[in-house]
Design a protein around this ligand. Structure first.
Ligand code: ADP
Ligand code: NA
Length: 314
């Protein structure tokens, strides 16, 4: 009897884990200036970790492939993943610093962010290969732009399930990764940059729904199997080869904090796909999860669990 391959299950996020050091200030300091801040908190962050927390909160068995440092920021960076029940067996501890984002938030809500990758810079092809069976066993593998290119490319090559590529920030990757992205999830700015990276054209400004449709179909024409454009308060656009694009309107909410809304969307989308939902159905839920998250403070603490009532479909 030939052995059946094990069924693909759950979500594996191959990505960044950070501690966010958030200082509140009246206004941002000028170069050379020292200001007194009004408060300081250390919060778990990093796009990879945020997405893993969002997926786990939506009920998907979720594992993180990532790296933290040997410093005092490793535990604060992992606290949200632990609370959400994410499998941390493939998070490696390296001698040296944990990834850090230094954030200042001014009274008017404007922020500045400096990201120092720390241990995330060690998540290269060799590091990902050490967990090849985990990646290959996932129903959905999620990658973003915050780890070395070789790590992302290796994760994509190992994927046997569905590959969700959130190219944020937009960084160079092998076009083969984009041709395997089902879906590619990008916001409007990222979509324009990815197109430029693919065809060398000038960045396109997306001013109208027709522009959005056109950019999505140009991405499909480059061989991307499916594209989800996130459109902030307007929701999302789902485009698949051979289908008319589908627009999903976001419910209206009072906006409290949009930090990590895109990550909430990606994690929820991955969870839906891992549960067997089709892309449009999963995106419907992801839009409402993103909207839920902007209505509450913080990134990870604002992600809804299965018991939290999502806003009704708009
Ligand atoms: P990013 O943070 O990556 O730029 P978006 O701003 O497109 O991502 O937001 C991702 C998702 O979060 C949107 O698709 C939507 O569901 C939700 N969202 C974001 N901003 C708002 C808003 N102002 N009102 C309602 N939902 C929002
Ligand atoms: Na939030």
């Amino acid at each position: 009897m030939t052995e059946q391959p094990a069924p693909l299950t759950g979500v594996v996020v191959v990505g960044s884990v950070n501690a966010d050091l958030v200082a509140r200030v009246e206004r941002h300091p000028a170069p050379g200036e020292t200001l007194l801040g009004t408060s300081m908190v250390v919060l778990p962050g990093g796009k990879g970790a945020n997405q893993a927390v969002a997926a786990a909160r939506r009920g998907a068995p979720t594992a993180m492939v990532g790296a933290v440092g040997s410093d005092a920021f490793a535990e604060p960076a992992l606290v949200g993943l632990r609370a959400a029940g994410v499998d941390l067996g493939a998070v490696v501890v390296h001698d040296g610093p944990t990834g850090i984002a230094v954030v200042t938030v001014a009274a008017d809500g404007e922020n500045t962010i400096v990201v120092v990758p720390g241990a995330n810079a060690r998540l290269d092809a060799t590091a990902v290969t050490a967990y090849d069976e985990r990646v290959a066993g996932a129903a959905v593998v999620v990658v973003q732009g915050e780890i070395p290119r070789s790590g992302t490319e290796r994760a994509a090559a190992l994927t046997r399930g569905r590959l969700l590529v959130n190219l944020a920030p937009v960084v160079p990757v092998d076009p083969a990764v984009l041709r395997a992205a089902d879906p590619l999830v990008v916001n409007e700015h990222e979509a324009a940059l990815v197109l430029t990276s693919l065809d060398g054209g000038a960045p396109t400004t997306l001013r109208s729904p027709a522009d959005e449709d056109r950019v999505a179909s140009r991405l499909l024409a480059h061989g991307v199997p499916s594209v989800v454009l996130t459109l902030g308060a307007r929701g999302a656009l789902v485009a698949r080869a051979g289908h008319a694009p589908v627009r999903i309107t976001a419910p209206r909410v009072r906006v409290v904090d949009t930090t990590g809304a895109g990550d909430a969307f990606v994690g929820a989308l991955a969870a839906g796909l891992a549960a067997g939902d089709d892309l449009v159905a999963a995106a419907h839920v992801a839009v409402r999860v993103g909207t839920f998250a902007v209505g509450r403070d913080g990134a990870q603490p604002s992600y809804p669990g299965l018991d939290d009532p999502l806003p009704p479909d708009a």
